[in-house]
Ligand binder design. Structure first.
Ligand code: SAT
Ligand code: MN
Length: 598
């Protein structure tokens, strides 16, 4: 039944046979990564209406896809970690008994691919052959998933060859089924290197190389093998001296990782010779190098970025990237010129739009405060190849990765956390990461704008117990003779009228400069209970016309009472994590409480 070539690896072929017996596809097609096959699949998707080909002159190789309106974001309450023992999944994750789960889902998978093609996608996370690389195979009945995976991962023959005759690959199974929300499941069997997904066809639920493998399964493997899989962007800063430094930064979904990773420095910084280049916007795999430093790669090969808000002003590099070879999901369609639009792309909407659900869009109905009136869905996305990114670092494909000087944690907080501060040590940096919280966004189904604890921006993505995860972070620090310095930033602090105090976007370069100077021992700091903060003149505000120094003082203010309340919340969260919470972090918490009350 398998088309193209037969697969000689018997672990793969017998697994495919087993799955085909259950799902009953009419045929099975191996994805080889060739241009011919990819083009034929695009044609097929256009003929069925799954994709709309956009203006070939203005946006060559670009397509629009609309997902089912009930299926527009990750579904955390339907995401499960199925370990043999419940306690190994931890108290933060949803858990199901692996046997029970398989029984239940096998029922749902039975006959789910009848009359359809099952595609076999071999893929590599990381450059094929790199010491960081890990391999997977996704079986799916969705052409949209295949075309996205071909952008997001290194998929095709090379990955299959790299797996060779072995059994060391992640088995991913996805069936669209009938998109029934009440039977939507995203389940992980970390002990068996296996992922099952059903009844969704959207983003992180179905592009199994991304959150499911590169974070949930990989974090589990990383703990076992002594490395880290993190929800982090990676960027390169070229300093005026020509020296290049690398930074990782963890922010929850839809908090500006893509924007920071592709930042264009303000003109005064450009004149001084600063350049920023991107290595990744979502995921980093981190290993201890033989030099005692932490080395990172981005295991992905594309960007699955949030479209709304992306503009010539906020992220010109991303906008350039998505002009070619990009799949847009749930953005608005500009029917006059067959291009795309989303809120924030331009100040005014074009006159004739079809909204993300495929209906005529009436601009008169538009209400800025009501996302249900938007032309594009707030979590609409672009899937774009890294190769189209004009500021991609030439280290992107380096199999050894890049050495990391600084790790930044950040969240979306109206109050409390200052613009930037540095932790005192690796251990206190792990505390800072563990205590992260952020207001929720449209990237996951649920209420928006609620503060929730989101340690290391990994709450939805750690494939095992959260306490063990923190212990693993502490252990990693012990193996690093030259660890990165750890910082926390907050671009989202507001004044009493709810306006953002900090301009953000390219201006974040001013904060990055302080961070790099701290790493180089070139900037002073004032010591506060929570860590080290910049002295008033150490964040450059030249050329920031609408900005006065009192705003900066407000941005860097630490309010002991607010922090004491926060510590109570952190402690509650630690208690929720339970008995595997490392004592070191409770002791960080106690010491901070003491410093704040002294
Ligand atoms: O849908 S994804 O999980 O891939 C995107 C995100 O939430 O960061
Ligand atoms: Mn993400």
């Amino acid at each position: 039944m398998l088309k193209n070539t037969d697969i000689s690896n018997r672990f793969i072929s017998s697994w495919i046979e087993d799955i085909a017996k259950i799902t009953q596809p009419k045929e099975i097609v191996l994805i080889d990564g060739s241009n011919e096959q990819t083009e034929a699949l695009r044609e097929l998707a256009c003929s069925t209406g799954e994709l709309i080909r956009l203006n070939t002159e203005k946006m060559p190789g670009c397509y629009l896809h609309r997902s089912n309106p009930n299926d527009v974001a990750r579904v955390e309450d339907r995401t499960f970690i199925c370990t043999e023992k419940r306690e190994d999944a931890g108290s933060i994750n949803n858990w199901m008994d692996p046997d029970e789960c398989k029984k239940k889902l096998t029922g749902l998978y039975r006959g789910a691919m009848k009359g359809k093609t099952m595609y076999v996608i071999p893929y590599s996370m990381g450059s094929v052959g790199s010491q960081f690389a890990k391999y997977g195979i996704e079986l799916t009945d969705s052409v949209y998933v295949v075309l996205n995976m071909l952008i997001m991962t290194r998929a095709g023959k090379d990955a299959l060859d790299a797996i060779g005759d072995g059994d060391n690959f992640v088995r991913g199974l996805h069936a669209t089924a009938d998109l029934d929300e009440s039977n939507r499941y995203i389940v992980h069997f970390p002990e068996e290197n296996t992922i099952w997904s059903i009844n969704s066809a959207y983003g992180g639920n179905v592009l199994l190389g991304k959150k499911c493998f590169a974070l949930r399964i990989a974090s589990y493997l990383g703990r076992r093998e002594g490395w880290l899989a993190e929800h982090m962007l990676i960027l390169e800063i070229e300093c005026p001296s020509g020296e290049k430094k690398y930074i990782c930064a963890a922010f929850p979904s839809a908090c500006g990782k893509t924007n920071l990773a592709m930042l264009i420095p303000p003109s005064i910084y450009q004149k001084r010779g600063y350049k920023i280049r991107c290595l990744g916007d979502d995921i980093a795999w981190l290993r201890v190098g033989s030099d005692g430093r932490l080395w990172a790669i981005n295991p992905e090969n594309g960007f699955f970025g949030v479209a709304p808000g992306t503009s010539e002003k906020t992220n010109p590099n991303a906008l350039f990237t998505v002009q070619k070879s990009t799949i847009f999901t749930n953005v608005a369609h500009n029917i006059d010129n067959n291009t795309v639009w989303w809120e924030g792309l331009t100040d005014n909407a074009p006159s004739h739009l079809t909204d993300w659900k495929g209906n005529h869009w009436d601009p008169k109905q538009y209400n800025k405060k009501d996302p249900s009136t938007f032309a594009a869905h707030p979590n609409s996305r672009f899937t774009a190849p890294t190769s189209e990114c004009p500021c991609l670092s030439d280290k992107f494909n380096d199999p050894d990765g890049v050495p990391i000087s600084a790790i930044i944690f950040g969240g979306r907080r109206e109050h409390l956390t200052p613009l930037v501060y540095q932790s005192r040590s690796w251990q206190s940096g792990v505390f800072v990461g563990s205590a992260m919280a952020s207001e929720t966004t449209a990237a996951a189904v649920g209420k928006i704008g609620i503060v929730r604890r989101d340690p290391m921006a990994m709450r939805p993505f750690v494939g095992y117990d959260m306490g063990d995860y923190f212990t693993h972070w502490l252990d990693m620090g012990k193996k690093l003779s030259n660890p990165p310095k750890i910082f926390h930033v907050n671009w989202f602090r507001t004044d009493k009228d709810g306006r953002f105090l900090w301009p953000g976007f390219g201006e974040n370069m001013r904060v990055l400069e302080w961070i790099i100077k701290r790493c180089n021992g070139e900037a002073e700091a004032r010591e506060e209970a929570i860590g080290y903060l910049p002295l008033d003149n150490d964040i450059c505000t030249d050329d920031l016309d609408i900005f006065d120094k009192s705003t900066l003082s407000e941005l860097l203010r630490v309010d002991a009472n607010e922090w004491l309340c926060e510590l109570d919340e952190i402690e509650k969260f630690y208690n929720e994590i339970g008995k595997r919470m490392p004592v070191e972090l409770y002791s960080e918490l106690d010491c901070l409480r003491k410093r704040l009350t002294d």
